[in-house]
Design a protein around this ligand. Structure first.
Ligand SMILES: [Zn+2]
Length: 144
């Protein structure tokens, strides 16, 4: 048996221990019983940030805003990436208008912006929307 992975629940921020061999079995959160691993992006809120960047799976955050055209055209690409990366990387969307304080804390200067976190730390960042193959290639270059 391998060491279980620590994965925060996207619904309640509870930290779950999930054996690697169970990642594909749609594990449920021990606290709130919601799905821990999603095949689509979840919304990252100010109060969730500190909990959600933790854990053994990387977190990719798409910073966007309602008024941003490129953000909207990038949204379906991000959703496709979430479906392809289920169990490998967690994907979240940060609404920079609704959560201005967190956007400022992250030093967001332009949107869309992508920020990759591993083990609670930012490891890479990209600005601008790009097509799915480029997004996946960038993530592969980051070891995902
Ligand atoms: Zn939960």
């Amino acid at each position: 048996m391998s060491e279980p992975l620590l994965i925060p629940c996207p619904s309640c921020n509870g930290l779950n221990r999930i054996p690697a061999e169970r990642l594909a079995d749609q594990p449920k959160c021990g606290r709130c019983k919601s799905a821990v691993l999603l095949n689509k992006p979840f919304d990252l809120k100010q109060g969730d940030y500190a909990s959600q960047i933790k854990g053994d799976l990387p977190l990719l955050v798409d910073v966007w805003a309602e008024w941003c055209g490129p953000c909207k055209s990038f949204a379906p690409v991000f959703e496709q990436a979430a479906a392809q990366l289920a169990g490998k990387c967690r994907l979240a969307k940060l609404d920079s208008e609704a959560h201005q304080q967190l956007s400022a804390q992250l030093g967001i200067r332009s949107i869309p912006s992508l920020i990759l976190f591993k083990n609670g730390k930012e490891v890479a960042r990209q600005s601008g929307a790009f097509p799915l193959p480029q997004l996946m290639a960038w993530l592969r270059s980051q070891g995902i």
